[in-house]
Design a binder for this molecule. Structure first.
Ligand code: FE
Length: 213
């Protein structure tokens, strides 16, 4: 087994983001109230949440990755001080304060989890998907990352090492996937279209140009 766990040393300090839980509870209560009064349709809410999980939210991160792919100086900055580099593009705020960007290489694939709760870089990825918060992903991502990736529909060559990063409330990770081949001459905007949410969590790879044609 070639992956190594990269649990942060201070995991004992890891605390659940209680404000988030309170917020979730309040949102749930509000949703129930509004549904009972016939003011909202839960299906419509689900559609909105899905939009923020998969479309609007992760677009910020996609812009960060696309810029790193096209601008070497920005990539170096992102590597050295992700929080500042990301903030320079206007993406900052709650749960995006302490960011670290981890770059995939042909030899090493990075994958992000929060084993204790659901820490997630909201500023660049939006709302976490349901599976990210599920106990099955949180435990298996560290025990059997290769198996998890297979369930997400891809496998890495045997020689590629998988590095699993355990998020905390203090430090959140953004995976910078490998730039797909055949994208020479792509604009940042075109590149961003290839960057999926899952690619930035490490449970996917960037799309190739053929995927979006
Ligand atoms: Fe967490």
């Amino acid at each position: 087994m070639v992956h190594d766990h990269d649990h942060s040393d201070d995991h004992g300090d890891h605390h659940h983001d209680n404000q988030y839980s309170d917020m979730q509870a309040r949102v749930k209560a509000l949703e129930t109230l509004l549904t009972d009064k016939g003011l909202i349709d839960p299906a419509a809410i689900d559609a909105i949440v899905d939009t923020y999980e998969t479309k609007v939210g992760p677009r910020n991160g996609a812009k960060v990755v696309a810029k790193a792919w096209s601008d070497r100086a920005f990539a170096e900055w992102l590597k050295a001080d992700a929080t500042a580099a990301i903030a320079s593009l206007g993406f900052a705020g709650r749960q995006g304060e302490h960011m670290r960007a981890v770059f995939n290489t042909p030899e090493c694939h990075n994958m992000v989890v929060c084993t204790l709760c659901s820490c997630y870089p909201w500023a660049v990825l939006g709302l976490p998907p349901v599976w990210y918060k599920a106990p099955a992903y949180r435990s298996r991502a560290v025990i059997d990352p290769r198996g998890v990736l297979q369930e997400f529909g891809f496998s890495l060559p045997d020689g590629v090492k998988i590095r699993v990063w355990d998020s905390t409330a203090e430090l959140r990770y953004l995976v910078v996937p490998l730039r797909p081949v055949g994208t020479e001459g792509f604009s940042e905007e075109q590149l961003a279209d290839l960057v999926t949410r899952d690619a930035m969590i490490g449970t996917g790879l960037a799309l190739v140009p053929e995927d979006i044609r």
